[in-house]
Ligand binder design. Structure first.
Ligand code: IPM
Ligand code: MG
Length: 359
């Protein structure tokens, strides 16, 4: 049976970068005989334009029956004024929620070749290798009640609910402990337990799990301090586990430590390790259609897909190595360019990775 990959290019630079990832997947398919098959569908603004909703039921069904999903990015100014329920982002949120993709892995790795692309000093970030494990289907993103209501005095009030049930905390905690165990054995749980009860419970559950993972050293940190520590001394972290919103924010900060958000892949897994893979960056409407976006985050997301959902470690390693090789060769898209390097566009970068795979 061929492995079914659903491609969801989405909006903005999404189609350009997913096209490059597909080239790379087709190449490893050929080299490693993976028997991959591809189907392409709509999400976000492009789905709104065609179906009037940011994720059609037919797309959801197709994704449900897939072995893995590779997404580009969603959103753009064209749809910014849409009501909250019809924003492009809702398509992505529904996909995450309905497929139960609660475990979001966001590695932030600094490629030695790009140590000078970071806005932080080289010695602060050299060798950086952090994994953020973000809870993705709960917390304030999905808590109810939510909305905007009108009070008796006519003033409007917006409200959301920050809620986590113990089982939600426990399962993401286990993912994080397991990940830490395979790395340097350090896990930092990030919360706001000095103010928010929901994270008092979060901290309690993490502490309760700790004795089951004696090889992992668990610590706790408040989110404001974690934001500060991430830019002050990021190498103190190995694995960070946190809730949906804190993870959203901290993962952007962590991404920038590496110099370019254009380099960072992510995985969102459910309990069977089926998953949705996407770059951490957004749809970058300002550069869409120009052929200059960096496809490496999406290519590396394809590698994570092979590793986590398709159990094809060798093919995944080959992609990671090929990306290292093109960086060694000096290929750089505009976002990671520095003087003396070879400036290339999206497609040339994809072609360079394909060529590096072949040797
Ligand atoms: C992310 C994005 C999404 C999020 C948006 C597009 C809904 O910022 O994946 O980090 O907030 O989760
Ligand atoms: Mg985000």
């Amino acid at each position: 049976m061929p492995k079914k990959i659903v491609l969801l290019p989405g909006d903005g630079i999404g189609p350009e970068i997913v096209a490059e990832a597909r080239k790379v997947l087709e190449k490893v398919d050929q080299l490693f005989k993976l028997d991959l098959s591809f189907e392409t569908d709509l999400i976000g603004g492009s789905a709104l334009d065609v179906h009037g909703v940011p994720l059609a039921d037919s797309t959801l069904d197709r994704c449900r029956s897939a072995d893995a999903i590779l997404m580009g990015s969603v959103g753009g100014p064209k749809w910014d004024h849409f009501e909250p329920a019809l924003r492009p982002e809702k398509g992505l949120l529904r996909l995450r929620y309905d497929l139960g993709l609660y475990a979001n892995l966001r590695p932030a790795i600094l490629y030695p070749q790009l140590a000078d692309a970071s806005t932080l000093k080289r010695e602060v970030v050299a060798g950086l290798d952090i994994l953020i494990v973000r809870e993705l289907t709960g917390g304030i993103y999905f808590g109810k009640p939510r909305g905007i209501r009108t009070l008796e005095n006519g003033e409007r009030e917006g409200f959301n609910t920050y809620v986590y049930a113990e089982h939600e905390i426990e399962r993401i905690g286990r993912t994080a402990f397991e990940m830490a165990r395979k790395r340097k054995g350090k896990l930092c749980s990030v919360d706001k337990a000095n103010v928010l009860e929901v994270t008092v419970l979060w901290r309690e559950v993490m502490d309760r799990l700790a004795p089951e993972y004696p090889d992992v050293q668990l610590s706790h940190m408040y989110v404001d301090n974690a934001a500060m520590q991430l830019v002050r001394a990021p190498k103190q972290f190995d694995v960070i586990v946190t809730g949906n919103m804190f993870g959203d924010i901290l993962s952007d900060a962590a991404a920038m430590l590496t110099g370019s958000i254009g380099m960072l892949p992510s995985a969102a897994l459910n309990k069977e390790s089926r998953g949705l893979y996407e770059p951490v960056h957004g749809s970058a409407p300002d550069i869409a259609g120009q052929g200059i976006a960096n496809p490496l985050a999406t290519i590396l997301s394809a590698s994570m897909m092979l590793r986590y959902s398709l159990a094809q470690k060798e093919a995944a390693d080959a992609i990671d190595a090929a990306v290292g090789r093109v960086l060694d060769q000096g290929y750089r898209t505009a976002d990671i360019y520095s003087e003396g390097m070879k400036k290339v566009g999206t497609a040339e970068m994809g072609d360079a990775v394909v060529a590096a795979l072949a040797n």
